[in-house]
Design a protein around this ligand. Structure first.
Ligand SMILES: [Zn+2]
Length: 301
């Protein structure tokens, strides 16, 4: 008989969050380490410590959500923008350390899995998710299956020759450079100086500040341009917007995004295209990592 619970590990650039997750996506216990350090050894130590914190006899597997490009089929971490992993076998490490089945998925793919199975995408057979946070992640569900490839929607070009992208990306005019929480921080600082950030931008837009509204309109326009192109590629039933900044901005970004997307999308997607907010909140990444753990438990890895 298989154990009923797994550990999900949401590996972020600035924090490692592990949690005990059941099949319904309920998080029963959590362990968090902020600022795990910047070497591979430090990050692994933080991961191992939070997993060990959550470990007991009910745990049957471990699932990871990692902000990195993975090798399809093996979950090997090829390259991460904000983590010191370079061609690293995280699954092999965790299997050897804890003696349990292990699954590893890109963090935005894991979040998409959670929103599709348990959140805003329940019952849909196709959707595309965008997470607007420090960076922009993406995930794609087509024909009732999560696409296991890169889905790096944040690195779609929405402005040729635009501003340089972030981290290890050498591209220009990518969605992430123009519509992420980091881009919103930059907009706020341009308007009100050093101390301002995306939160201030959203607050002031809500209280009617015209400059703030104009910036969020522009950000929504870039998101909509990407969504219109994605509609023309995949024609999914819906688009789900998550991530810390995406959720906080809500309709301030979703409405201009919908308008821009309908302008770019081919008929009949131009009329029926739907953009909805994510439902699982800040725990989506952890729950998604847990679902990847259940896949490992069920023998999918
Ligand atoms: Zn980029």
């Amino acid at each position: 008989m298989s154990a009923p619970l797994v550990i999900g590990v949401d590996v972020g650039g600035t924090k490692i969050l592990s949690g005990v997750v059941d099949r319904e996506g309920t998080v029963l216990a959590q362990s968090l380490i902020e600022s795990p350090g910047s070497s591979e050894e430090d990050v692994l130590q933080a991961i191992d410590a939070t997993v060990a914190d959550c470990l007991d006899e009910r745990i049957g597997a471990i699932g990871f959500g990692v902000p990195a490009n993975l090798e399809r089929g093996t979950g090997r971490v090829l390259r991460a923008t904000n983590l010191p992993f370079d061609d690293f076998d995280l699954a092999g490490h965790a299997r050897a350390r804890f003696g349990l089945p292990v699954g590893v998925e890109n963090d935005a793919n894991a979040t998409t899995l959670a929103e599709w199975k348990l959140g805003a995408g329940r019952g849909a057979s196709s959707l595309v998710m965008l997470t607007l946070g420090t960076g922009i992640g993406g995930g794609i569900v087509l024909d009732d299956r999560l696409y296991r490839g890169w889905a790096e929607i944040g690195h779609i070009v929405v402005q040729a020759d635009g501003p340089p992208c972030q981290g290890n990306c050498h591209g220009r005019g990518h969605l992430e450079a123009l519509a992420s929480g980091t881009a919103a921080d930059g907009a706020a600082q341009e308007l009100w100086g050093e101390g301002a950030d995306a939160r201030v931008l959203v607050e002031r837009a809500r209280s009617g500040d015209e400059a703030a509204c104009a910036w969020l309109d522009e950000i929504g326009g870039f998101v909509g341009a990407a969504i219109g192109s994605l509609a023309n590629l995949f024609d999914p039933e819906l688009f789900v917007i998550g991530g810390g900044f995406g959720i906080a901005a809500g309709a301030l970004v979703l409405e201009p995004a919908q308008e821009a997307a309908r302008r770019e999308a081919l008929a009949p997607a131009d009329k029926r295209l739907r953009i909805v907010p994510a439902e699982l909140g800040a725990e989506a990444g952890l729950v998604g990592a847990g679902l990847v753990g259940f896949e490992a438990l069920d023998g999918a890895w």
